[in-house]
Write a protein that binds this ligand. Structure first.
Ligand SMILES: Cc1ncc(C[n+]2csc(CCOP(=O)(O)OP(=O)(O)O)c2C)c(N)n1
Ligand SMILES: [Mg+2]
Length: 323
């Protein structure tokens, strides 16, 4: 892979981490309302996959969406301003943490209802197939979502209609405070794709390059008309489910073990050990990201709230559909 691309991936992972850390601070200060689900620990999942996408490939996800938004090209300013409910946010301050979206970047959100966006992903892919577009729809969802009816309906129809979808299960081992083996009949989620006749794979979600490599392969096959495929990415969220989570359900030793395979630390070590970049060069990236986040939060804090007159704009579709 080109050095520039490797550096870009490193930059994106660090940017996600620092944006999330900043948003935790803002939340604790009462500047962010509602729920806040952090992506810390899972950065290599979205970075590895989205770095393999083409612009025509659509991306859709659940509520743990800030990192995925950044990988899709949303700026730290747009994300932080949205979290703070400001008019300059990507959803004009009216979507918040769980409803980031920017269809101009083929990022279709940000969905709060567990599993509800899987049928939407199937619909997006059906639209592309019907209209002869080249795109693949990449649909991220959690392990918990695989226990929801929508998951099974969407996978079934995707296979029946041979839709160009890459289903990506981010298996972070828990749905809220419930471990997967207490909620799912099988702990290896990819087995569920077998029931729908779909090719399925698992990959180490703490290994950025492994995630990237398999994503390139699967996206290429789907583009060639393979139909839907399923990728389970084994990962871990380093923080609680959301900011209100007292985290009483995970053993300290388990958390420690996962923290040791921090995807950013691992990738950084690889880049240095393989002599692709020096420590100094990567420190420079870290410093520039710190600056970027500092500027972004200053921008967000000083941005205006949405005007009261905007309360009902962009809520309903009012223009007639063009025939
Ligand atoms: C239909 C529905 N049921 C319950 C909830 C409450 N809820 C929010 S997140 C969550 C856990 C989902 O876990 P998972 O899919 O593994 O995603 P993760 O949070 O681990 O990323 C639940 C049950 C919801 N938002 N929607
Ligand atoms: Mg989960």
């Amino acid at each position: 892979m080109e050095k520039e691309k490797l550096l870009q991936m490193y930059h994106e992972m660090v940017l996600i981490r620092l944006v999330e850390e900043e948003s935790a601070v803002q939340y604790q200060q009462g500047k962010i309302g509602g729920f806040l689900h952090l992506y810390i620990g899972q950065e290599a999942v979205s970075t590895g996959i989205i770095s393999a996408r083409r612009p025509e490939d659509r991306v859709i996800t659940a509520y743990r969406d800030h990192g995925i938004a950044i990988n899709c090209g949303l700026t730290a300013k747009e994300v932080l301003a949205e979290l703070l409910g400001k008019a300059t946010g990507i959803s004009k301050g009216k979507g918040g943490s769980m409803h980031m979206a920017d269809v101009t970047k083929n990022f279709w959100g940000g969905h709060a209802i567990v599993g509800a966006h899987l049928p939407i992903a199937a619909g997006l892919a059906l639209g592309d197939l019907y209209q002869g577009n080249a795109g693949v729809t990449i649909c991220f969802f959690g392990d918990g979502a695989s226990n929801i009816g929508y998951f099974h309906e969407a996978l079934n129809l995707a296979k029946v209609w041979n839709l160009p979808v890459l289903w990506v299960c981010e298996n972070n081992q828990y749905g809220m405070g419930t471990a997967i083996n207490r909620a799912s009949a099988v702990s290896e989620i990819r087995q569920k794709a077998e029931g729908y006749g779909m090719k399925n794979y698992a990959v180490d979600g703490m290994d950025l390059l492994a995630v990237h490599e398999i994503s390139e392969k699967l996206l290429a096959e789907i583009r060639e008309g393979s139909g839907p495929q399923f990728l389970e990415v084994n990962t871990y969220r380093f923080k609680g489910h959301s900011m209100g989570d007292p985290e009483r359900y995970r053993e300290a030793a388990e958390v420690k073990r996962w923290l040791e395979s921090d995807p950013i630390g691992k990738f950084r070590k690889y880049l240095i050990d393989e002599k692709i970049f020096t420590e100094k060069q990567l420190d420079k990236v870290d410093a520039s990201v710190e600056e970027e986040v500092k500027e972004a939060i200053a921008f967000a804090l000083s941005s205006p709230d949405p005007a009261p007159a905007e309360l009902f704009s962009d809520i309903y579709v009012t223009e007639a559909w063009e025939e």
